[in-house]
Design a protein around this ligand. Structure first.
Ligand SMILES: [Zn+2]
Length: 479
């Protein structure tokens, strides 16, 4: 029974260059999931990861997804045979091998699929620059190399602990086939006790963190239609409804003077913040003014729902944002037109235990109730995902905390994220499986943008933490 992973930690140090070379090989495969031109590359990237797991003692397969069968990107599903003495939990490790498109190409300092090592900017050490360097190949690679280290040094896959590994190939293009896949493989996946994902960030350089919750999402589109044609504003303005005027008046009612969302029952299910949580978050030392300055805003720009702090509004409160308005004349110069219709894209970030489907329904009803005279609506529900927060006192989470502290020498901060990782909500709603996010990214990693990078320091911390975590699972019983 492994009580420590010193040998694996040493292996990761000694073999770091080889680990990084392997990551660079994987990064050279342009697995852009949204563009069919890269279909073969996606498959190659999946196969690459699967082969890596096989070498670490896992039984790994590429499984088809989609309807019709195999119309989607394959999912890598791998499992290992645990040690007969192992009584600890069964971990589901989720990651994705697909990446965002590299455009705009001209803004890259080096070609996106020709990874390079460079000195880290403003920090000690090096960074790897490539599309996917961090999101999510670099972060998945920390786990893969930890597994390699454990099998090389203990002779057993995952040091005898029990893992199922699921690597998706459509995360960056909406995970359209994931729900169906999870339903189909529910019997296998529901044997897992908790999901671990490395696709989030740390609190800052040298400040490792565990993200114990992400927000959910509801995304809708509302189009207000008035005349059946565009009109001359001199002849018709002030006589009939202008869809832009009317739509913006309705949109302005989405919040009250306290910046609370006015849709009835919107806050149903929202878990109230505990005093302990508020206190703990205060002590994280998040610098609000600095964060605002970083995006060119003065301190007075910290606005949002009253009664909640900057960080509370991101981590613990639901929000509503208009993400786009499409209407009227937007070309050069002036055109005096009353358009026939106006569209708004509106999204809601949600917290436990709000129901994203109910929120979308309630929002449509809310718009209906405010239909301007003579106008009609057309609605689209763009879908969404459930929020997911995991218990902070579970033995598995404590094992993750201990592992990170041991591997990095720093106690991880317990943080949440305002973003959404739909797979976490999906696992929660289909199998009641909670997710622990052990991510090692930095805010300036430029994920989804040109010159995406991952710092070697982060890679190192993550690989060592995953190795320590597998060993720490041995002492977790009764899960
Ligand atoms: Zn991403």
């Amino acid at each position: 029974m492994p009580t420590d992973t010193n040998a694996a930690q040493d292996w990761l140090t000694t073999n770091e260059s080889a680990s990084i070379d392997r990551l660079m090989d994987w990064l050279r495969i342009p697995s852009v999931s949204t563009d069919p031109a890269f279909d073969k590359d996606c498959r190659a990237a999946a196969q690459w990861a699967s082969d890596h797991l096989t070498k670490s003692g896992f039984t790994s397969r590429l499984l088809p997804t989609g309807d019709p069968e195999d119309s989607g990107k394959p999912i890598v599903l791998a499992t290992n045979e645990p040690d007969p003495d192992y009584n600890g939990p069964h971990i589901l490790f989720y990651g994705h091998y697909d990446v965002q498109p590299a455009d705009p190409l001209e803004l890259w300092e080096s070609p996106p699929f020709e990874p390079v090592r460079k000195p880290a900017e403003g920090a000690i050490g090096e960074r790897i620059v490539a599309r996917g360097a961090c999101d999510d190949k670099g972060q998945v690679m920390m786990f893969l190399e930890a597994m390699r280290a454990l099998s090389e040094t203990t002779g057993k896959p995952a040091a005898g602990a029990k893992y199922t590994v699921l690597l998706e190939g459509e995360e960056e293009s909406g995970s359209v086939n994931l729900e169906r896949f999870v339903e189909k493989h529910k019997d296998t996946l529901s044997q897992c006790d908790v999901c671990v994902i490395s696709d989030t960030g740390m609190l800052g350089r040298g400040k490792p963190a565990i993200t114990y919750g992400v927000r959910g999402l509801a995304y809708i589109e509302a189009t207000l239609i008035a005349p059946d044609q565009d009109l001359h504003s001199g002849l018709w303005g002030g006589k009939v409804p202008n869809p832009i005027n009317e739509l913006t008046k309705v949109l302005a009612q989405l919040w009250d003077s306290d910046r609370k969302v006015t849709i009835p029952n919107f806050y149903d299910g929202v878990r109230e913040l505990t005093n302990e949580e508020r206190e703990a978050w205060k002590n994280l030392g998040v610098n609000e003014a600095e964060a605002l300055k970083g995006i060119g805003l003065p301190p007075e720009a910290s606005v949002g729902e009253s009664g909640f702090s900057f960080i509370e509004r991101e981590w613990a409160r639901p929000t509503c944002d208009i993400n786009g308005i499409i209407a009227g004349y937007t070309g050069h110069g002036a055109k005096t037109v009353i358009p026939s219709k106006a569209t708004a894209k509106v999204s809601f970030r949600l917290v436990d235990d709000q129901d994203h489907e109910q929120i979308a329904k309630n929002a449509f009803k809310w718009f209906e109730d405010r239909t301007p005279p003579g106008c009609t609506w057309e609605f689209i529900n763009h879908g969404g995902g459930a929020p997911a927060t995991c218990a902070t006192d579970s033995p598995i989470l404590n094992a993750a905390r201990r592992a990170i502290a041991e591997a990095t020498g720093t106690e991880p901060a317990m943080i949440k994220s305002g973003g959404s990782i739909p797979v976490a909500g999906l696992l929660k709603s289909t199998m009641n499986l909670e997710t622990i996010f052990m991510g090692f990214g930095l805010e300036d990693d430029r994920v989804h943008s040109p010159n995406e990078k991952f710092e070697l320091d982060c890679f190192r911390s993550g690989a060592k933490s995953h190795a320590a975590f597998a060993a720490a699972l041995w002492s977790v019983t009764g899960s």
